[in-house]
Design a protein around this ligand. Structure first.
Ligand code: FAD
Length: 531
């Protein structure tokens, strides 16, 4: 049934990835009325498929992307302080050997070839040192430790690597649980008055008397809705071009370049908590990162991807590429049998005309268009790391249409559950265990890392594990699933085990089926996703 809605909101956001949710949160916090429509689950697009780093992007220095790197480096510590539950500092070990080469199209490579042709594309040690010095100083570190040199022959980080790697540089960046970041932004936006509608596809947006008339379809129920808004934000990620062309029917001058990136997850390959930054002989790099305690995450690839509606998957060639790349470094080679899971995402990069997918800019571009009679702001590119700054830039552009809009406020404003000090995780875990003595250490850690100071609210008055209801496996209980369904927009088992958590790595097929059946019953007693 068509539901005409007489309410006019200030902003209507298309897309519940990190950029849409970040903009919705910022706008709601400035007092604007906001609606957001996401056609799938929150973060079901690119924002759950990243490498999950808050990083400056050491590699981008070779492309002279100094603005992006500087902004991202500064942002790491700002974000860490706002969400110490889902983000934490990480040390990166960059083994050095003489065979490492630039991507030939990188501006730094071309410059070096002109002034030092005898280097023949090699990435010299002094240049890596210079890059790391810039990395250490550009962003004004306060919490994160500085770069140092490691002797791999004697340090524990050398044990997993082939003996030919004798020296490494160790530097800092941060980890973030990407899909939880999205959900917490959505929750915070909703707490500030935004209406977040998941499983809701925008099928058309038409300017009408200076406003947007937006038609939506609820993909669970088939119900159609009509909404009116003063300004439209197109944060469709890989679909940003499709939204412009097919929903808004605008002349899209700016283009989007879709570049797929895949990761493989293997059994745990090394017994320390640092990450490896591995350089190839073609200028590309991959990470090997300690993951979910018992696993190692390896990625990523850079492959052109034509159609946003083609589900990205890790192809056999990409699996082979990542295995071979890692095996150039690992003392104990890994193979197909070591892979327990793969995932892929599509980078919606701004098309700057770069020749290779690796070289295309990772910076973001915002375009505002009101030629149709009502304004639309389009978001191209961007990193998870720069989402908060991107939202601030979006608000600067949006501000032109809303006089007296309050200024920036999100810097330092904790996300739900993140209101404790950066070094306070151990104290949070101890506090939770004291309040709920039946929790094991790893269970309490998992809950604090997911919910922070909200973990106790989720557990409520439970005195013993059975008070939390059915247990689906790996400490996932009915109480937690209920929290995820009523507070965090989860609708299906997949939402719970792959985006609100990574328990999919641990649950058996039978346990997932039991969870799905329980959720189907619970769903029937809840309003549809968009209500
Ligand atoms: C392999 C890989 C690794 C990465 N690693 C990092 C990293 O380590 N650190 C970092 O900072 N960044 C990283 N990034 C970049 C980062 O993940 C992306 O820039 C970011 O997630 C993009 O977010 P988004 O909100 O623009 O897009 P998305 O997350 O894709 O969100 C767009 C949403 O819009 C929805 N949508 C589209 N059309 C409609 C419609 N008509 N109606 C309703 N909803 C619609 C989609 O369903 C989708 O959920 C990585 C990216 C990839 C692919």
């Amino acid at each position: 049934m068509d539901k005409a809605d007489a309410v006019i909101t200030d902003i209507f956001v298309i897309g519940g990835g990190i950029n849409g949710c970040g903009i919705a949160r910022d706008a709601a916090g400035r007092g604007l009325s906001v609606r957001l429509a996401e056609m799938g689950d929150l973060a079901s697009g690119t924002s759950s498929a990243s490498t999950k780093l808050f990083h400056g992007g050491l590699r981008y220095l070779e492309y002279f992307e100094v603005r992006l790197v500087r902004e991202a480096l500064i942002e790491r510590e700002v974000l860490l302080g706002m969400m110490p539950h889902i983000s934490w500092p990480m040390r990166f070990v960059l083994p050095y050997h003489r065979g490492m080469r630039f991507d030939a199209s990188a501006p730094a490579s071309r410059l070096l070839a002109a002034v030092m042709p005898w280097m023949k594309g090699r990435r010299p040690e002094w240049l890596i040192r210079l890059g790391l010095l810039a990395y250490d100083t550009l962003g004004g570190r306060r919490v994160l430790p500085a770069t140092k040199v490691l002797n791999l022959a004697t340090s524990p980080e050398g044990r997993a690597l082939k003996p030919e790697f004798r020296k490494a540089f160790e530097y800092s960046d941060c980890w973030v649980e990407d899909s939880r970041l999205v959900v917490l932004n959505a929750r915070d936006a909703a707490q500030r008055g935004a209406q977040v509608m998941t499983r809701t596809r925008v099928v058309a947006a038409t300017p009408e008397d200076g406003l947007w008339r937006i038609e939506t379809e609820n993909l669970e129920t088939g119900a159609r809705g009509t909404h009116h808004a003063r300004l439209l934000v197109n944060a469709g990620g890989p679909w940003v071009g499709e939204v412009l062309r097919d929903r808004v029917h605008a002349d899209a001058t700016a283009g989007v370049r879709l570049v797929r990136g895949s990761h493989i997850v293997t059994r745990r390959l090394f017994d320390h908590d640092k990450c490896y930054f591995l350089q190839g002989t073609d200028g590309r790099i991959i990470f090997a990162i300690p993951y979910e305690t018992d696993f190692t995450l390896i990625g990523t690839t850079d492959v052109e991807h034509r159609d946003p509606d083609t589900k990205p998957v890790c192809t056999p060639e990409e699996r082979r590429y990542l295995l071979d790349f890692a095996n150039r470094y690992l003392r104990e080679p890994i193979g197909e049998a070591d892979i327990v899971w793969t995932y892929s995402g599509v980078r919606p990069l701004y098309d700057d005309g770069a020749s290779s997918a690796t070289a295309a800019t990772r910076d973001y571009t915002l375009t505002m268009d009101d030629s149709g009679g009502a304004p639309v702001l389009n978001v191209f590119g961007g990193k998870i790391t720069t989402y908060r700054r991107l939202a601030e830039s979006a608000m600067e552009r949006i501000g032109a249409h809303f006089p007296d809009l309050p200024g920036p406020w999100t810097r330092g404003a904790a996300l739900p559950g993140g209101d404790f000090p950066v070094d306070g995780v151990a104290a949070q875990i101890a506090g939770l265990k004291a309040g709920y003595p039946f929790l094991t250490e790893s269970w309490a850690r998992r809950l604090i890392r997911a919910y922070g100071t909200d973990a106790g609210k989720m557990l409520g008055g439970a005195q013993a594990a059975p008070d939390l209801g059915e247990e689906f496996g790996a400490t996932l209980t009915a109480a937690e699933v209920d929290w995820l369904m009523t507070r965090e927009y989860a609708r299906t088992a997949e939402d719970v085990i792959w985006r609100r958590s990574k328990l999919g790595l641990r649950l058996t097929g039978g346990e997932v089926a039991r969870l799905e059946a329980w959720m189907a019953e619970r769903r029937a007693s809840l309003p549809a996703a968009a209500e």
